[in-house]
Design a protein around this ligand. Structure first.
Ligand SMILES: [Zn+2]
Length: 268
């Protein structure tokens, strides 16, 4: 499932291709994934594209928004003016958006789990209101992180990193990577972490996310960004790996129902 770095990559790419253009035509192939109401509002201009947690928010004129959740396998293809949609891109199309400059954006979904909904500002705020802080935002300080951790002493560190109400955008890949680099065993309770470990976790979590955005995300299974595959899979330390970067054989266990890789020698 796309996490913060994958969604942020898509947001930056969509922003460059959509903002300032009008959506002039919409073809909806699967109305279970893509809201049929979108058809009624075209032509409509795209004002902005942004991210909150793992959601893409496409801001349209007149206070309307497209709220996009990619879930397992949602992705986009962009076809510049004059080019036809390649056969590869036609597979799994759930919607096609024709833009005012003659280009086309397709929304594809292999497993059809995602959603693209047309919402008002009020509904958008409601959908996002319970999310935790953005780990890469300027306002998210070490002291805020320490304070959040002190309120959840009995919670398991890895499970809490996946909790979108605790912190937004981190999923199974980046929680495991951050914990490895911080040297923390994923089974630990928050209340057991030393000040130094909390500081390391704060620093490593942000470092891993920033590097993953730079590499345009992690492609292990089906994730694609608009320009191709991600590159962070080459930098993974533990997720889906056999050995850690120091050559130790990794262990795998289920925590909160999610598969978790860790190194019993590097993580204490
Ligand atoms: Zn190790």
């Amino acid at each position: 499932m796309p996490e913060l770095p994958e969604v942020e990559t898509l947001v930056q790419q969509l922003k460059r291709r959509l903002v300032g253009k009008k959506i002039v035509e919409v073809k909806i192939v699967n109305s279970k994934v893509v809201d049929n109401k979108i058809k009624k509002i075209v032509p409509v201009k795209v004002i902005g594209v942004r991210r909150r947690a793992k959601s893409i928010i496409i801001e349209l004129e007149k206070g309307q928004f497209l709220l996009v959740h990619l879930r397992m396998s949602g992705h986009f293809h962009y076809i510049p003016k004059g080019k036809t949609i390649e056969a590869d891109y036609q597979r799994f199309i759930v919607a096609e958006f024709k833009l005012s400059d003659g280009s086309i954006l397709t929304h594809n979904s292999i497993r059809m789990f995602g959603s693209m909904k047309l919402v008002s500002k009020k509904h958008l705020d409601l959908a996002l209101e319970r999310l935790g802080p953005e780990p890469l935002s300027r306002e998210f300080s070490l002291s805020q992180f320490k304070e959040m951790i002190s309120r959840k002493k009995k919670a398991n560190v890895k499970t809490v990193l996946l909790d979108q109400q605790f912190i937004a955008g981190i999923g199974n890949i980046y929680a495991q990577e951050a914990l490895y680099h911080a040297g923390i065993d994923p089974r630990r309770k928050l209340g057991e972490l030393s000040t130094l470990e909390v500081e390391k976790l704060y620093k490593e979590m942000r470092r891993v996310l920033v590097l993953a955005i730079k590499k345009k995300g992690t492609t292990i299974e089906s994730y694609l960004h608009i320009e191709g595959v991600g590159g962070f899979q080459k930098h993974l330390a533990v997720y889906h790996c056999q050995k850690c970067p120091r050559g130790h054989r990794l262990k795998n266990l289920k925590l909160g129902g999610r598969s978790t890789y860790y190194c019993s020698k590097c993580q204490k």
